[in-house]
Design a protein around this ligand. Structure first.
Ligand SMILES: Nc1ncnc2c1ncn2[C@@H]1O[C@H](COP(=O)(O)OP(=O)(O)OP(=O)(O)O)[C@@H](O)[C@H]1O
Length: 256
């Protein structure tokens, strides 16, 4: 395996009586495009919430670039190089597409209000540079022609695209995508697959994505991990996963 970027070691998470994540271990190599799949309620989003520091593990450890993440807050974890999207979009609906990306980019640059007022000239230059870089990013994700539009008025598929642009604006090494295809039609999903492949190579990212629908990830993710009832039940290539008995059983009876 190439150099490891993320490792989960025997991670457990319980909410009262619900054992949502059971003894999960996994290793993601730098530059990989990996999917975590599993039926509804399998524990996928909880795994993301543990990696991004939203929840604390009940036991086990999570390493990013060989450093344990357990004592860091979510904002510190973003600063270390992990950003994410959410199943339920978190955009500034009344702000423009460009402003949405600029806000994320400025968060990453971390310049304070005092710096802004005391170095007005420099701040203006930064503002200009941020705007240019945001436009470049919007161009890469195919939203440049919509930059003035209010985010909330974009078609749903494009709102998901914008949310991805905001996550990329935080300049992550590892990008976590939480069900990026949720609510999309077949054509939007095909476009999304192309976009994920493009940002993966354009931005030199490691991508870990969660998906409920197995067939969506088969085309684009060479490394797939399947979870069910909180535990890892299979890991391998699309071909190995497709032919894994436990995976087929986990998905049997699923009607959507
Ligand atoms: N904050 C919480 N409090 C209590 N239980 C929770 C909490 N978050 C998740 N759970 C429970 O943990 C289990 C796993 O949920 P999780 O959302 O991680 O599954 P999922 O695989 O992401 O499902 P989906 O595909 O429906 O999003 C479920 O039984 C869920 O009800």
């Amino acid at each position: 395996m190439d150099k490891e970027i993320l490792r989960l070691e025997k991670v457990n998470k319980s909410f009262g009586g619900v054992h949502a994540v059971k003894d999960i271990s996994m290793t993601i190599a730098k530059g990989e495009l990996t999917a975590i799949i599993g039926p509804n309620g399998a524990g996928k989003t909880t795994i993301f919430n543990l990696i991004s520091g939203v929840y604390k593990v009940s036991s086990g450890d999570i390493f990013f670039n060989s450093k344990s993440l357990l004592r860091f807050r979510p904002d510190q974890i973003v600063g270390m190089g992990i950003s994410r999207t959410f199943q339920n979009l978190r955009l500034f609906n009344d702000a423009s597409v460009l402003e949405n990306v600029m806000t994320a980019m400025q968060q990453q640059q971390k310049y304070s209000f005092f710096e802004a007022v005391s170095h007005l000239g420099r701040w203006k230059n930064k503002e200009k540079a941020t705007k240019e870089r945001s436009m470049e990013l919007l161009d890469r994700v195919g939203l440049a022609d919509r930059y003035m539009q209010e985010a909330g008025t974009l078609p749903y598929g494009l709102q998901r695209r914008l949310e991805m642009a905001r996550a990329i604006a935080l300049e992550p090494e590892l990008l976590l995508l939480d069900e990026p295809a949720a609510g999309m039609n077949a054509e939007e999903i095909e476009q999304l697959n192309q976009l994920i492949l493009k940002i993966h190579s354009d931005f030199n990212l490691t991508i870990l994505l969660i998906e409920h629908h197995m067939e969506l990830v088969m085309k684009i993710c060479p490394h797939i991990i399947c979870v069910n009832f909180g535990a890892k039940i299979a890991e391998g290539t699309p071909n190995e996963i497709q032919n894994n008995k436990d995976v087929l059983v986990a998905y049997l009876g699923e009607d959507d």
